[in-house]
Design a protein around this ligand. Structure first.
Ligand SMILES: [Zn+2]
Length: 252
């Protein structure tokens, strides 16, 4: 039975099978430094399963393990593009120091700052969901491209208009110049403890979030909502209408 006593001996050089990818490393590399999953596995206190060729089997992503091993050997950190993936592996293996190092890389600090910013924008996640749902059902071909449109009406300070003649539930639209698109998604009002989150900043945050998920998008202002009443007072809808375009495929 496993216990605190050292019951298994490992050779100084180990052949590993990590998720189907083979590595050779030294026992001292795997057990050095603080407590983590690998140092526990090869501490001698536990039995480690072997594959049919006698390699010690570790059930993890074989490709990403190269970054883990490089860190254990020399303390090298992954490049920026690999950092998010390696971070997950570091978490899986309980490599807290590696996690802390990666958290301090610009790419991760930037992502963290962006996520914190987004979490403070009211309605942000719902807006993203609605935009994606719209994009998913409204695909069309424009010239030589498959695209989707999501039309968004936005105003930071939009409040209910008390005049009964004004329809607060109207669907925002822009009718000049001949653009008959009406809004699929309405954003606002929002309160934020962040200064200067204007309509455009909010929309840019949406655009960056969508890009980080792999979508290719552009967006442009269509104009101010054309809805309003004239009697007895003139009251205009204050929302601005933007069009997001998802670019799916361009025919060559
Ligand atoms: Zn409107």
């Amino acid at each position: 039975m496993d216990g605190d006593a050292k019951v298994h001996n490992f050779p100084p050089v180990l052949e590993l099978n990590v998720g189907g990818v083979y590595y050779t490393t030294s026992l001292s590399t795997l057990v050095k430094s603080q407590d983590h999953m690998l140092s526990a596995m090869f501490s001698g206190r536990h039995l480690v399963a072997k594959d049919k060729d006698g390699r010690y089997f570790i059930d993890a992503d074989g490709t990403l393990f190269s970054h883990i091993l490089r860190y254990l050997r020399s303390g090298d950190l992954p490049c920026s593009s690999m950092a998010p993936q390696v971070y997950k592996e570091a978490k899986y293996f309980g490599l807290e120091e590696l996690q802390q190092h990666i958290e301090q890389m610009p790419v991760m600090m930037g992502k963290q700052a962006r996520l914190q910013f987004q979490s403070r924008l009211a309605g942000f996640d719902e807006a993203i969901e609605q935009i994606l749902a719209t994009a998913n059902k409204k695909q069309c071909i424009v010239s030589d491209e498959i695209v989707s449109f999501a039309v968004i009406a936005i105003h930071k300070d939009s409040q209910l208009v008390m005049n009964p003649a004004f329809d607060n539930d109207h669907r925002c639209f822009v009718n000049y110049p001949q653009d008959l698109n009406s809004a699929d998604v309405v954003i606002g009002p929002w309160e934020s403890d962040i200064e200067d989150v204007t309509d455009r900043v909010y929309l840019r945050a949406i655009a960056r979030e969508l890009e980080s998920r792999g979508f290719t998008i552009t967006f442009s202002k269509q104009g101010s909502c054309s809805y309003g009443i004239r009697n007895p007072d003139r009251i205009d809808c204050k929302k601005t209408v933007f069009k997001f375009i998802f670019h799916w495929h361009k025919f060559q």
